[in-house]
Write a protein that binds this ligand. Structure first.
Ligand SMILES: [Zn+2]
Length: 859
């Protein structure tokens, strides 16, 4: 029987399991479909493997070969959505239409999947169950569905021309006037209701992926630094001899109750603009004609020249070289708003006009979709904030503009709205002139794709950043609440700043400057992406998977498979069976010495900032050796077989993103991994300065849970506090400072752990992450964090000359009683006495430990 075709909004939908069925049901025309009815019940009832989606505004033809290709890729990859490039036929003319790759930031509703694409029915079912039904509205249901699908599934772009559309039925090609309307359609009045629906969908999606931020309230400093001018109008210009005089006249005509100047950044004009500027600058001393020394600047680079100029004023206000202020009061209005609201940025509204300054549709562009509550979230969906834009110079100087000529304003808006409250003015302050040869009119499709890709990339970066912010804010919020409620008397009085700010950047190694700590990685060998850029053959399996296997089961199969397919691991495992073991009995505790020459690399790893910056990151998946595969863990981590194992089945769990070791930001993940990996594995964390050989790339290790007897011995400790939910134990007489937290309540455990770290910060008087090794295991519903506090990473003997040198670099496993000695002489020589000294040297003494735990004992 021929499958039925349904209509949903402008799309025709039908389902199929193979190319034959797909081709059989191919709709004959735009009117063939019957109504799909409620999107929720329609999506729930799909019976075949794939849903095919066709844009009914076009004639699309696709042969069975191409359908087979698309469906094969869909099946092979398990992707959620598959789409391809297409050809367009116009009479005898055939033109190519390549599309962009989908990325995490492709969340705008006009992201193009082309005129025909395929959705996996399994993906639809999963997301409906997991993230809820789509809205009833046919025009937005697919948008909602594809955002939800993108959370857990790949959206794959096949860069092949797999179908052809007939040009005559495509909506009129983008050109001049028509384009202007389309481009601004999303702010037009009639579109408002639909935009609000889209905003709701996008906001919901951001919440689901942890990138949604509550309303931002940060304001600027009242009096940051001395500025010679109250305000500067900034005009970047390149070859605008026709309009620059109008722009300057409009700037000069501003009436204000404060002194202002005009910074014109002339990007090496060749059409006579430079001479006009010279004449103006000679006549008006408050016009600064800046010609950059560099020749590689885009518009963003020109802005940087202005904001870094010594002539830059306290507030800076945009004026494009072909636009005008709409009245002499524009500057005054903007500066008053900036000043009163202490805003980092104020965005006004503008009117579109033609060459003769006559208003053209849609007229006033005021971006009323912006709200103080959600504007900063919705900005990730829409393409911009409007104009003119104005900034607090002290803030914008710290951020700077990307040196590009498209999207530089959007990049800055995303960055500022992430942190600051933004001021808006909804009346028209500015005239934006449009005609044939100025800015974005009539762009080639290739250029348009490039621009779209860039803004999507900005959104991708922003989403990932906001996810990080949320994780940090959540962790610190918990403990702040608790401190506020329970510990006011004992702690909060001391240093309120400390409680509010939580942790600063955790990783600060000797010789690392502030910039080095916060700067994004410079080189291409640092990973920033998501799971989407993983090569399919790099992934052995996904957890959670479709077949309900537990993580230990998957790890078991994975390890077996890697031993077969990856010779380096096979040989490391052979070496491991030959390692020598020696046991030391040291009074209260015992120690196992392991002679393991393969660990020389790790024990000897240079972990200073300079060395790390120089080497390619060996945990970034782009740098993994051929043959090394991973388990994709909850779309955020990759579980790898450790190529220099200490135990049989020794895994490294690394974030997909290159980011520093940071226990605060990753605590929830540590607990989650421990739960998933139980009962077979214990998960451990080495602090950036206590044994992590890649402190620049966040990672944990998973080791079999029966390998560290000392952790079991710690079970015998008497509790120092039995709270309602969390039990706390502290070890004495082990020559190490160890605190154990145990609870069935994950949130309470997190709070207590953060409390412990903060207490350690106070006692050590540091702002960075306190040096720690942490073990986490999970048994019968109870989570246990075993925290070893550290004083230093390596003992002095590690740096001693020749004979006296002891090549032991204690990380978590060593601290927990299994000492790895890459050199035979150490293995033979080490005894309880030397080991006790090493432990004591790298751990805080009992008095310090007592100070640290006293606050959690009483609180
Ligand atoms: Zn890395």
């Amino acid at each position: 029987m021929k499958p039925s075709v349904y209509k949903l909004g402008r799309f025709l939908l039908w389902s199929a399991t193979d190319e034959k069925q797909a081709a059989n049901a191919w709709p004959a025309g735009a009117d063939t479909g019957k109504s799909a009815g409620r999107p929720s019940s329609f999506f729930s009832k799909i019976s075949s493997d794939y849903l095919l989606v066709l844009d009914s505004t076009t004639d699309v033809s696709c042969d069975q070969q191409s359908l087979r290709r698309l469906l094969a890729i869909a099946r092979d990859t398990g992707a959620g959505i598959i789409y391809s490039d297409f050809l367009r036929r116009d009479g005898d003319d055939i033109s190519a239409h390549p599309l962009n790759d989908h990325q995490e930031g492709s969340i705008r509703d006009d992201f193009s999947f082309g005129y025909f694409f395929i959705i996996s029915a399994a993906a639809i079912k999963t997301v409906l169950q997991k993230y809820g039904m789509p809205p009833h509205d046919a025009s937005t249901a697919l948008y909602d569905l594809r955002l939800k699908i993108s959370i857990d599934h790949a959206l794959i772009h096949v860069p092949e021309f797999l179908y052809t559309v007939s040009a005559k039925k495509i909506k009129p090609a983008k050109s001049s006037g028509r384009q202007t309307e389309e481009q601004f359609a999303y702010v037009a009045e009639e579109n408002f209701v639909r935009q609000q629906k889209m905003e709701k969908i996008a906001t919901n999606y951001l919440k689901q992926i942890g990138a949604h931020l509550p309303a931002r309230t940060k304001r600027t400093d009242k009096e940051p630094e001395a500025f010679q001018w109250k305000a500067s109008i900034v005009i970047p210009v390149l070859n605008r001899k026709k309009t620059i005089t109008d722009a300057l006249t409009s700037a000069l005509g501003q009436q204000t109750d404060f002194p202002f100047n005009i910074l014109v950044v002339d990007n090496h004009s060749t059409d006579g603009t430079t001479n006009i500027l010279k004449r103006f600058a000679a006549k008006y001393p408050h016009i600064q004609h800046i010609i950059p020394s560099r020749h590689d600047l885009g518009i963003g680079g020109c802005w940087n020249e202005a904001i870094c100029s010594p002539h830059c004023g306290r507030y800076i206000i945009q004026l494009d070289s072909d636009d005008l202020y709409s009245s002499p009061q524009t500057l005054q209005k903007i500066v008053t708003t900036l000043r009163r609201g202490q805003y980092a940025m104020v965005v006004g509204s503008y009117t579109l006009v033609d060459e003769k300054l006559k208003s053209i549709p849609p007229g006033l562009i005021d971006h009323r979709e912006w709200t103080p509550q959600n504007g900063h979230n919705n900005l990730l969906r829409v393409n911009g904030m409007g104009a003119p834009r104005a900034f607090d110079a002290a803030v914008i100087r710290q951020i700077g503009f990307p040196n590009v000529s498209y999207g530089e304003d959007y990049a800055v808006a995303l960055r500022l709205t992430r942190e600051y409250a933004i001021g808006r003015i909804y009346e028209s302050l500015y005239l934006c002139r449009r005609w044939r040869d100025n800015t974005d009119a009539g762009l080639s499709e290739e250029k348009q794709n490039h621009n779209d890709y860039y803004k999507d990339k900005l959104r991708t970066i922003e989403i990932q950043t906001r996810q990080q912010i949320n994780e940090k804010e959540k962790s610190t919020q918990n403990i702040n609440d608790k401190n506020h409620k329970e510990c006011r008397h004992s702690r909060a009085g001391g240093n309120p700043e400390f409680l509010n700010t939580g942790f600063r950047v955790a990783l600060r190694l000797p010789g690392m400057t502030n910039e080095a700590v916060t700067a994004p990685p410079q080189t291409a060998d640092r990973q920033t992406g998501s799971s989407a850029s993983l090569a399919p053959n790099q992934i052995f399996a996904e957890f959670p998977g479709k077949d309900d296997k537990t993580l230990p089961q998957i790890c078991h199969n994975f390890f077996k498979s890697q031993k077969k397919s990856w010779p380096a691991l096979a040989s490391a495992c052979r070496d491991l069976t030959g390692t020598k073991i020696r046991k030391l009995s040291c009074g209260n505790y015992s120690i196992t010495l392991q002679y393991n020459p393969a660990r020389a690399l790790s024990s000897g790893a240079a972990v200073d900032a300079k060395s790390i910056k120089k080497r390619p990151c060996f945990l970034c998946r782009g740098n993994l050796p051929p043959g090394q595969h991973g388990i994709l863990y909850r779309n955020r981590y990759l579980i790898l077989c450790n190529p220099a194992p200490i135990f049989d089945r020794h895994f490294t769990v690394v974030t997909l993103k290159h980011q520093p070791q940071d226990i605060m930001a990753s605590l929830s993940w540590l607990l989650q991994i421990a739960k998933d990996a139980s009962p077979d594995y214990t998960v451990l964390y080495n602090g950036p300065a206590c044994g992590a050989s890649a402190p620049d790339h966040l990672h944990f290790q998973m080791i079999p849970s029966d390998t560290l007897p000392f952790l079991k011995e710690l079970n015998e400790l008497p509790p120092i506090k039995v709270g309602a939910t969390v039990q706390i134990f502290a070890g004495k007489g082990f020559d190490r400072a160890v605190v154990v937290l145990a609870s069935e309540d994950t949130e309470a455990l997190k709070e207590q752990f953060i409390h412990l770290l903060k207490s350690a910060q106070e006692v050590f008087t540091i702002n960075d992450e306190p040096p720690v090794n942490v073990f986490c295991d999970h048994d019968k519903g109870c989570l246990r964090l075993t925290v070893f506090l550290r004083r230093k990473h390596r003992p002095d003997a590690y740096y001693a000359e020749s004979e006296d040198r002891i090549f032991v670099s204690p990380g978590a496993i060593d601290i927990a009683g299994v000492i790895i000695t890459p050199l035979l002489k150490d293995f033979e020589k080490l005894n309880c006495d030397t080991m006790r000294k090493i432990y004591q040297e790298v751990s805080p003494d009992e008095e310090t430990l007592e100070k640290i735990i006293s606050s959690i004992r009483t609180c």
